[in-house]
Design a protein around this ligand. Structure first.
Ligand code: ADP
Length: 595
């Protein structure tokens, strides 16, 4: 018996060895429109019968907050369907395409005939039965404002359901630079910075040409510091005072930085909270709200959604929070409302995620909600020339960099308002500029930008250039070297006192850090990009929504980019994330307490 067993065991071991030998792995590195050259590395393992045994994405340099889902989902589907021609992931098309192309290349480079594996296969989903659910608070949108609202509603005793139409949480918030403007009034640090809640208030109002509602602005700035403390209580990590900076268009050094890159820290924190409170909270991804339900008295009482399989999901709720974000990705809406730019057709790229299509606007219009300042659409001069995204931006803070045009000349105040900086950029050749800085920011080149990318990675990916001398840098940028050197010499003169210390230069710039004289030098090209729709539904300081007659729509709340009247004509850099946490919390609390 023992003998037979050991023979069987030996045979089994031999077979495993044979199988292991028969599996073949193929690895390739491919390019992506976002991460550039060599952005994606994959490994594909085929079994001896040629079927797909495993696929892994070993490295992906695409944007944090976007690339995670396709990196997980596409390999899993390839194995499940035994096909390398599977669907792209909504909201992450470029990363998806990069993975698909690199997997194909890996096999073909290894001499595999991919004809059979290229057969298009789709996951067959059967339409699930329609559903009716009941909760206390339903939140539409799992971006920054929506998840802050959901957690705050739960903390105030409510059961909460969050619906999110995309396959992942995060919305635009996860793609943001991560800066949060907040002042701890009268703290030693605020005094040292010459800052106060009132100065934040004044700059926010003035920066938006006094179109922001003073009460909403006061609510924003006076709750900002608490908002950061609240995220800390939830477990989010922040850098200290030494990392406080002036974000582009932020006008003052009051932007605090989360430790995790871009907006990812918020969602790491929020989703952990959701996971830990599954008894009272649930999140439904791939679930698109179509309509807000109202009772006979006109009060909100739930929503109707389309579920993942195309089924109808009705959620009855005591109150509804709309946190659907903005409409920067909806070209017809932004063309219809734009009051600032003249044209915002599809040739103008956007920093936003695919889901920023203004669904909330449409759902709220059906309830005759009141909208304010819909024409106020914010552009940034900081978009990636290929994708419009904010990622890939080499700058850290305002005082360490300059903008030069294709002739190598400065053309405006790089420390000014976002709308002014964008208008200046539109006036330049091809509406394209280079951000130029030196090694003060990136001593080795391996330091991270605000998006978790190193300067060296950006250079490697072709998204930035790096050179030891300004002559070499100019050659890489394709600009006139004499112009660039003269421009930087004149700028440096101001950094070291200029004509008069503290005095503005010829472009009105007053924020001067250290001179740009410490090579290697870096430059990255940027274009105008649609960033934030500042108009939206009218709310009060409790996030209650008004209708066109100036009455409150009962049990209906809104927060975040879907709302209007806070930022006026021009939102200060660093105020959007503050907005999501401050008003998200308020909306959640109001919704929980309105029951
Ligand atoms: P904010 O900064 O205001 O929180 P975000 O863009 O971060 O805005 O988040 C808004 C979220 O709402 C996004 O994740 C978006 O996909 C989601 N969303 C938009 N429309 C709908 C809808 N109809 N149903 C469900 N979720 C939606």
């Amino acid at each position: 018996m023992k003998k037979i067993l050991s023979v069987i065991l030996a045979l089994a071991l031999m077979m495993t060895a044979v199988l292991a030998v028969a599996d073949t792995s193929y690895t390739a590195t491919g390019d992506s429109q976002i991460g550039g050259v060599g952005a994606v590395t994959v490994t594909v393992t085929l079994a001896d019968d040629g079927s797909i045994k495993a696929v892994t994405v070993d490295e992906c340099k695409d944007t944090a907050g976007i690339c995670e889902l396709p990196c997980a989902q596409i390999p899993a589907q390839m194995v499940e369907l035994n096909s390398i021609n599977v669907d792209t992931v909504a909201g992450a098309t470029m990363t998806s395409n990069a993975i698909l192309a690199t997997v194909k290349a890996a096999l073909e480079n290894g001499g595999v005939d991919t004809t059979a594996l290229m057969e298009k296969k789709e996951v067959v989903v059967e339409k699930a039965a329609d559903e009716e659910l009941t909760t206390d608070v339903v939140v539409i949108g799992a971006g920054g404002a929506g998840l802050a609202a959901a957690i705050s509603a739960q903390q105030n005793g409510a059961n909460v359901i969050v619906v999110e139409k995309m396959p992942k949480v995060g919305g635009n918030t996860i793609l943001a630079g991560g800066a949060v403007n907040a002042v701890e009034d009268r703290s030693e640090f605020a005094i040292k910075q010459n800052d106060s809640v009132f100065w934040h208030y004044t700059q926010t109002l003035k920066g938006g040409d006094y179109q922001g509602d003073p009460e909403l602005v006061m609510t924003l700035v006076s709750n900002a510091w608490d908002a950061i403390q609240w995220t800390k209580e939830l477990g989010m990590e922040w850098y200290g005072e030494d990392r406080v900076f002036t974000v582009s268009g932020g006008l003052w050094p009051r932007a605090w930085k989360p430790v995790m890159p871009a907006g990812t820290g918020f969602f790491d924190t929020y989703t952990k909270y959701l996971d830990a409170h599954q008894d009272t909270m649930s999140l439904m991804l791939n679930t698109k709200a179509e309509k807000i339900l109202v009772d006979e008295g006109g009060a909100a009482c739930g929503i109707v959604c389309t579920g993942e399989t195309g089924n109808t999901i009705t959620i009855n709720a005591k109150s509804v929070v709309v946190a659907t974000g903005g409409f920067s990705k909806n070209v017809s809406l932004r063309m219809a409302y734009d009051a600032i730019w003249g044209t915002l057709d599809e040739t103008v790229l956007s920093t936003n995620h695919e889901g920023a299509t203004g669904d909330g606007v449409k759902m709220l219009q059906a309830l005759q909600a009141d909208f304010v300042q819909m024409g106020n659409i914010q552009l940034l001069p900081l978009g990636d020339p290929v994708t419009g995204s904010l990622s890939g931006n080499i700058e850290h803070g305002v005082d360490s960099r300059i903008f030069v045009n294709k002739s190598g000349l400065r053309y405006g105040d790089e420390g000014g308002r976002r709308d002014d900086m964008t208008r200046d950029l539109f006036a330049q050749e091809d509406a394209t500029m280079w951000i130029v800085m030196d090694s003060d920011t990136y001593p080795t080149g391996d330091e991270l930008n605000n998006f978790g990318e190193t300067a060296n990675q950006l250079v490697e990916a072709g998204r930035a250039v790096k050179a030891d001398t300004l002559d070499e840098l100019a050659a890489l940028m394709g600009v006139d070297a004499e112009n660039l050197k003269a421009t930087i010499a004149e700028y440096n003169r101001h950094c070291t006192g200029g004509d008069l210390e503290g005095q503005a230069d010829e472009f009105g710039r007053t924020l001067f850090g250290a001179p740009i004289d410490n090579g290697p030098f870096y430059a990255g090209a940027r274009v105008p990009t649609v960033h934030h729709t500042m108009g939206g539904v009218r709310i009060d300081t409790k996030c209650r929504v008004y209708n066109e007659n100036g009455e409150i729509i009962e049990n209906l709340y809104a927060a975040g980019e879907v709302t209007g009247g806070i930022h006026g004509t021009n939102r200060l850099g660093g105020n959007a994330l503050t907005d999501t946490v401050v008003f998200g919390r308020i909306a959640g609390e109001s919704a929980a307490l309105s029951r």
